[in-house]
Design a protein around this ligand. Structure first.
Ligand SMILES: Cc1cc2nc3c(=O)[nH]c(=O)nc-3n(C[C@H](O)[C@H](O)[C@H](O)COP(=O)(O)OP(=O)(O)OC[C@H]3O[C@@H](n4cnc5c(N)ncnc54)[C@H](O)[C@@H]3O)c2cc1C
Length: 357
């Protein structure tokens, strides 16, 4: 009998599996042949404390020391910048305040990011935003599962789930596994898994977000450039191993699927980026898209289902699943173990599935 059968080998599944492996025997099943194939392997890999709703910010803050310290830490300095155009002062000042940034002016901005220009009139910056080594984070959590006697099985799709008197029977390939608890960490597919288990779905929506990878603009060494965002998150760009990632920051609702970027959405987003820089986009090295899955109220969904507590949600990580994973997974384990969570009770209430029932 498995204590916790985790469905999904993205960050939500491996992090929950790691924490729960201290409470019982964990088996994690991932349909793809590797971990992090979907959203978790396609992110911008940023840690930005002030990004998201208050409950997300609480998780970000509670995750910081783990990201900094555990297993040698997975963060490296990046910094974050916002750029505004003339006539958009009110919006610029509001975002500057929310993000706790300092206004550095165009010259100050160019000292950090030399291609700034075009429509850029105002520049805000804060140094305390970081790149996350996502791959290492996923592997660290997976190693913790194995170190505690658990199993991580890739290439295992869950095709059927049946409730029994003692727990669950879960079919993968021609095997049927018995488990006391199921952890639903299937990303864009969490409502599909709920449907298989006869649990009322949450009504989640996956939204596509795309990414283009460009050669270093103007042949610059981009390695120390900050991440830069347009106002209203209309686009963003950040260095990536000698190249530059540019995202249109699109948010188009989609069915759960292996997402890909739409050419027109990419072209429009690249035009918004180009309006703020001096170097034109001449070619793309590659492009991709991933699904950011949100609950109707946009808070994460963490913990046992109130109707059947042996069905545990690690869901709706939206655009924050990597950075929130240490605290989100710790909260799930606390709720399962009946321990008082470290987070403020009001924030916990905003994250538990009860609020959607
Ligand atoms: C372009 C982009 C930029 C982003 N930037 C950031 C960022 O800077 N910082 C940040 O913190 N977050 C960011 N995110 C968000 C982050 O990537 C997600 O919140 C996170 O990856 C979600 O993780 P997950 O494990 O829930 O989903 P996934 O990584 O999609 O994992 C779910 C897994 O479940 C598996 N699965 C589904 N059904 C089954 C089944 N029946 N049987 C077995 N396995 C199944 C799937 O194969 C999949 O691997 C970004 C996302 C995108 C797309």
């Amino acid at each position: 009998m498995i204590d916790f059968l985790v469905i999904g080998g993205g960050i939500a599944g491996v992090s929950a599996g790691a924490r729960l492996s201290h409470l019982g025997h964990v088996v994690l099943l991932e349909r793809e042949t590797g971990l992090g194939y979907h959203a978790s392997g396609r992110s911008a890999a940023m840690f930005e404390e002030t990004y998201g709703l208050p409950s997300t910010i609480a998780l970000n803050r509670a995750s910081k020391s783990y990201h900094m310290e555990a297993n040698g830490g997975v963060l490296s300095p990046r910094g974050l910048m916002i750029v505004g155009s003339e006539g958009d002062d009110e919006q610029f000042e509001a975002e500057l305040a929310v993000m706790g940034m300092e206004e550095v002016g165009l010259d100050g901005g160019r000292a950090l990011l030399p291609i700034l220009g075009g429509a850029t009139a105002r520049v805000g910056h804060r140094p305390d935003a970081w790149d996350i080594d996502t791959d290492r984070l996923i592997q660290n959590f997976a190693s913790e599962v194995r170190a505690n006697g658990g199993e991580v099985r890739t290439g295992h799709e869950v095709s059927a789930i049946a409730r029994t008197t003692h727990g669950w029977e879960v079919t993968t390939g021609d095997e049927v596994l018995s488990a006391r608890n199921i952890v639903n960490a299937a990303g864009a597919w969490v409502d599909v898994i709920a449907g298989l288990a006869g649990i009322v779905p949450l009504g989640v929506t996956p939204y596509r977000r795309s990414m283009a990878r460009l050669p270093a603009p103007g042949g610059h060494d981009v390695s120390h450039w900050p991440m830069v965002m347009g106002l209203r998150e209309a686009w963003y760009a950040k260095p990536d191993a000698g190249a530059l990632l540019v995202s249109p920051a699109d948010e188009d609702a989609a069915e759960p699927h292996d997402a890909w970027a739409d050419d027109m959405v990419l072209a429009e987003g690249l035009a918004r980026y180009e309006a703020h820089v001096t170097e034109p986009v001449t070619r793309l090295l590659s492009n991709w898209a991933g699904l950011r899955t949100f609950a109707p109220d946009r808070n994460l969904v963490l913990g046992p289902d109130p109707i059947d507590p042996s069905f545990i949600w690690s869901a709706c990580q939206g655009g924050y699943g990597i950075q929130t994973s240490p605290a989100a997974s710790a909260l799930i384990a606390d709720l399962v173990a009946g321990r008082p969570p470290e987070l403020d009770p009001e924030m916990v209430a905003r994250l538990r599935p009860e609020r959607l029932r």
